[in-house]
Design a binder for this molecule. Structure first.
Ligand SMILES: *Cc1c(COP(=O)(O)O)cnc(C)c1O
Length: 343
């Protein structure tokens, strides 16, 4: 893969904005370079544009090099930046699996890049042949998601790697839920595949959707491109501090994950007893997709009773299905109680 042949011309030749903190990033006695207010420490100062301290910690945690990490305002930021960097508006396209996370399509739409959707099989598996056949010389990115949202299953490692090896552009593998199935991550193989970008996030297992912190892991060349086109100070100080605090206390995250997986399996068993439940798809994430008679009606009924789930019944291959996030044992109990009143 030659990244220069894939990049948009204007991005290739772009000279990025050089901020004060880019031009001088070391320690100094007096900082009079960024027009900051000297009062109200520490929030008066601009954050590190490259989030070096946080990246050091994430690098240790994930066993990658700091230069292989891009940090964004949620995973949504690298999704948008990747499309912006590689897809010439009105000309290039991206390929994505279907069904999957809705943001790939929205980000592509904003950037005027066509999305070619490739259906998963009935069992939500990747059809590599079909996916490869739908790429053409204008396809710059392929979006895969594992565990996939809203289906919950992991795509097989072999099928994902087949795409990575055979596709001449960049494969974006969204692993937002991978902390619930850590053995299935492709991150340990990243160094072997210069066209593979892996997305992870603090929003799910890490319990920090509110601080907006997404991670993209990729070869240095790709990370450099993202750094070049991002907003100079895309991650604020508070987000970086909170993330570092939680990394120090990551035993907490492990406990949450164990508990949520146990709750998920319990919910699968208990939900399968309801007469209107047709099928519960197996999940590697913190949610389950449940096929039921009159999913829309049950969604409305639950809503009226103060329990909100996600109606996916209009989504391709998810007809008559609700996506149910696993909550605390008490929250899950309330869902079950409401459903019991239906029979
Ligand atoms: C929730 C989710 C994300 C998370 O996005 P953030 O912007 O990091 O909160 C990314 N991908 C998928 C598939 C998701 O379901």
């Amino acid at each position: 893969m030659n990244i220069d042949n894939l990049l948009r011309k204007n991005i290739k030749s772009l000279k990025p904005y050089s901020s004060a903190r880019n031009e001088f990033s070391g320690e100094a006695m007096v900082f009079l370079d960024a027009n900051e207010n000297p009062f109200n420490q520490p929030y008066n100062r601009y954050p590190d544009p490259l989030q070096r301290e946080l990246k050091e910690k994430i690098a240790l945690l994930k066993d990658v090099m700091p230069g292989q990490i891009f940090l964004g305002n949620g995973s949504d930021e690298p999704i948008d930046l990747l499309i912006r960097a590689f897809c010439e508006p009105g000309e290039d396209n991206v390929v994505s699996i279907d069904p999957t996370y809705g943001m790939y399509q929205v980000a592509a739409g904003i950037n005027n890049a066509e999305v070619k959707k490739v259906s998963l099989t009935e069992t939500f598996e990747l059809d590599v042949q079909k996916l490869m056949a739908s790429t053409d010389e204008k396809t710059k990115l392929v979006f895969l998601c594992s565990p996939n949202n809203p289906t919950g299953n992991c795509l097989s490692k072999e099928s994902v790697l087949e795409v990575v090896k055979n596709f001449g552009g960049i494969v974006v593998l969204d692993e937002a839920y991978i902390d619930f199935a850590p053995g299935k991550s492709l991150l340990p193989l990243m160094n072997d595949y210069p066209n593979l970008v892996i997305l992870q996030t603090f929003s799910k297992a890490w319990g920090m959707a509110g601080i907006r912190l997404g991670m993209a892991f990729a070869a240095f060349e790709i990370v450099s491109v993202l750094n070049k086109i991002k907003y100079p100070y895309n991650l604020n100080i508070l987000t970086q501090q909170k993330a570092m605090e939680l990394i120090e206390n990551r035993d907490k995250v492990e406990k949450w994950v164990k508990l949520l997986i146990a709750e998920r399996e319990k919910m699968k068993t208990l939900l399968s007893d309801f007469p209107f439940v047709v099928k519960i798809f197996s999940s590697d994430a913190n949610f389950i997709l449940v096929k039921m008679h009159d999913a829309r009606g049950i969604y409305e009924y639950l809503k009226e009773n103060g329990v909100i789930v996600r109606d996916r019944s209009k989504v391709h291959l998810c007809e008559d299905s609700l996506r149910i996030t696993i909550g605390t044992s008490d929250e899950n109990e309330q869902l079950l109680k409401a459903l019991k009143n239906l029979i």
